[in-house]
Design a protein around this ligand. Sequence first.
Ligand code: PGA
Length: 250
Amino acid sequence: MAVIAGNWKMHKNRGEALAYLQEFAPLVAGSDREILLCVPFTALAVLAEKLATTGGIALGAQNVHWEASGAYTGEISPPMLTDLGVQYVIVGHSERRQYFGETDERVNLRLKAAQSHGLTPILCVGETAEQRQQGLTEAHILAQLAQGLVGVKLTQLIIAYEPIWAIGSGHTCQPEEANRVIGLIRKEISFLQQVGNQPADSVRILYGGSVKPDNIDDLMAMPEIDGVLVGTASLDPRDFARIVNYRQPD
Ligand code: PGA
């Protein structure tokens, strides 16, 4: 099933989150897509309560610590999220890597902790504009996967290919190019599944970076793209509903 995930980043208080849901939920009712809202920690509880009765929309967080509890001021642990009914968590988003010093080692710890508490992590990988210009896209992504996925189960996992130059920039990656890179990631995952003797379950691989109502249909028409991770356009309930309700070619 296609995964359509919204990443609200640092937007919306509780009242705004509830107003959004009221408008958004009817627009996607009965959808056969897996819909996911990754919202600020502070909006999780109110949305969880509402979604328990609405159904059809899952909740995700945008980061998680690797310990279950402890002296880690300012952090949120996996059991704190599952206690709220959270099922997914974004790990290693490029904004965390860029502004908060996130490393592949820590990404790896977070992925393992999330999985061991029953959360499905969404691992973000992607190259900078400079790396792309230098022809380093493939090597960079393979290195992020190699380091991030040590000891991580290759089931109960979603990967998002998010070229950094496409995030929040309005410059979407061409669908064919996103398809090519995602195909490469899929090959690597199935190789890692083989060498690690892990079941060849399908790991869903999303595209993220300036996904909008006017490019979603072309992106989702690509055979390797299993879904999208949407920032800016997920903040507007009508835009995000249009993305959820993308149209498939006849
Ligand atoms: P964007 O963000 O859709 O605003 O480009 C995507 C993301 O950061 O996940």
